[in-house]
Design a protein around this ligand. Structure first.
Ligand code: NAD
Ligand code: GLY
Length: 359
């Protein structure tokens, strides 16, 4: 087992990564400081992994909340249901929430923990690759609004992240590849050597080779922990973690959070961001080609979903958390491994870059 620390003074916490973490009888309990536990999960993950987690809490006041599956349930309504459950069960401020699932469950549970009685503890048990390399770490919690992705949320750090790599074997390839999009992101924004490693080892990863997976998750978490340690509340630098997300979030909103997984939208969005960087003269064609090749090789979508309309996508992009005084800022690439934030672009270049990715 590897342990990576997220260093945030009194809000610091460990990320445990390993192949048999869920069957470890002590690890989870070590971070439980209450008799009152609420495990939040969904209909797909519960039959797979709920029993092994529940076993830890035989002598506890342990409640379960099971949501339907999907991004379209990351809503205020689901949040309200969780809060209602906590209140009906008379859970106090010392209770602990446990998020068992992918990024949807993690973001929603974290947000519930951030606002129930002004904030209670929560633990992340991420079960998708995307959640293990990104969403479970860093304390961004949120629900979606019909007009914009993750628009209602809070920064609320978990008390521990338990990433068991063995659970990734039950993921469909589509969900797995969506996670690879966020893995590539770290190489692109700040870790050129990791990008080169990914180019060389992508087939091992696609084949879910356990050593390659453990390495990719560890390297991703080290990168994320460093960025979050520098800029926890995204006053500046943390924005690089959103490479491709302005495009991706607008696609997801246009699709009403159906059709595409978040990582698929991010994969396509990173390609558009790389193209935009190239058009503005920051990124060389040969670097762009390497990015395109890797994204294509993984099988992530390289064209915007057919149900997205160009004007609607542009409109949705205006509601973005990287807007400053109404001006949209983009995370772009100077090179593989070097991202930066800018508002120095022309609308014409932006529209041309996006148009290229409509079928
Ligand atoms: P998800 O939670 O919808 O999971 C994808 C699918 O995999 C779902 O059908 C889920 O039920 C299923 N699943 C989960 N674990 C499984 C397992 N072990 N075996 C089989 N199936 C399993 O989606 P996701 O890709 O994990 O996360 C996307 C969400 O994360 C988005 O809402 C996105 O906004 C959010 N996100 C948040 C952050 C952050 O910093 N907070 C970062 C990136 C993404
Ligand atoms: N996933 C973007 C961030 O954590 O900032």
């Amino acid at each position: 087992m590897k342990t990576i620390n997220v260093n945030l003074d009194e809000r610091s916490y460990p990320i445990y990564i390993g192949g048999s973490i869920l069957s470890d009888k002590e690890l989870l309990k070590r971070h439980i400081t209450s008799n009152q536990i609420l495990i939040v999960t969904n209909e797909k993950v519960a039959p797979l992994y709920l029993e092994i987690i529940e076993k830890n809490f035989v002598k506890f006041d342990c409640e379960i909340f099971i949501l339907p599956d999907g991004e379209s349930y990351k809503t205020l309504d689901s949040l309200n249901q969780i809060i209602t459950k906590l209140m009906k069960k008379k859970f106090s401020r010392t209770c602990v929430l446990v998020a068992l699932g992918g990024g949807v469950i993690g973001d929603l549970t974290g947000f519930a923990a951030s606002c129930y009685q002004r904030g209670v503890k929560f633990i992340q048990i991420p079960t998708t690759l995307l959640a293990q390399v990104d969403s479970s770490v860093g304390g961004k919690t949120a629900v979606n609004h019909p007009l914009g992705k993750n628009m209602i949320g809070a920064f609320h750090q978990p008390h521990a992240v338990l990433s068991d790599t063995s659970v990734l074997k039950t993921l469909d390839y589509r969900e797995f590849s969506a996670g690879l999009a966020e893995v590539i992101k770290y190489g692109l924004i700040r870790d050129e050597n990791f990008f080169c490693w990914l180019e060389e080892n992508i087939d091992l990863l696609i084949g879910r080779d356990s050593d390659a997976l453990a390495y990719a998750i560890e390297r991703s978490c080290i990168n994320k922990a460093e960025v979050v340690g520098i800029d926890e509340k995204e006053m500046g630098y943390r924005a690089v973690l959103n490479l491709g997300h302005t495009f991706g979030h607008a696609i997801e909103t246009s699709l009403s959070y159906k059709e595409w997984l978040h990582g698929e939208a991010v994969g396509c969005g990173m390609l558009i961001a790389a193209d935009f960087s190239k058009r503005l003269g920051f990124l060389e064609q040969k670097q762009f080609n390497r990015i395109q090749l890797l994204i294509e090789h993984i099988g992530l979508p390289t064209k915007i979903h057919k149900n997205v309309e160009f004007d609607q996508m542009l409109e949705n992009m205006k509601i973005d958390k990287k807007s400053r005084d109404g001006v949209l800022h983009f995370v772009l690439l100077k090179n593989i491994g070097e991202a930066f934030l800018t508002s120095d672009y022309s609308e014409k270049d932006l529209k041309e870059a996006i148009k290229e990715y409509f079928c």
